[in-house]
Design a protein around this ligand. Sequence first.
Ligand SMILES: [Zn+2]
Length: 142
Amino acid sequence: MVELNSYLDPCATRLHSIEGALLDYYVTYHHWPASLQELRPIGNETLELSCPISGKPYIYNRLGMERPGDARKLLVYDPTPAHQGTRWGIAMDRDLTGGNPVPEVISIPEANFRAYRPAPPPAPPQFLQRPGTQPPVVQPQQ
Ligand SMILES: [Zn+2]
């Protein structure tokens, strides 16, 4: 198990900048960008959208990737396990459609990465009653 420090690694540093810009975008627009190219850097940071080791662009999946046993969803990740057999990625700690998610830059061993699958699209809105039925009578609060 390789433990890498996300504050010392140049690839993770790039992902920390992307992570901040992603969250900033989400807070502004209440949805995820269609592509990482829509992001704007925060402050005087620069956004580098590729891994400094492999030189390949990060992969972005706005619905997230998920794996059994991990509630987080992976949104951005290294295209190859260029870091001693691991990839860096940005994981969100909760459902991507409600509230403001809390992102985290994580190191993913390749065995774990292979277990990731695309998350299903968000469920359609749930209706509490079928069309044509009376809505429930709501008593005003006393
Ligand atoms: Zn990388």
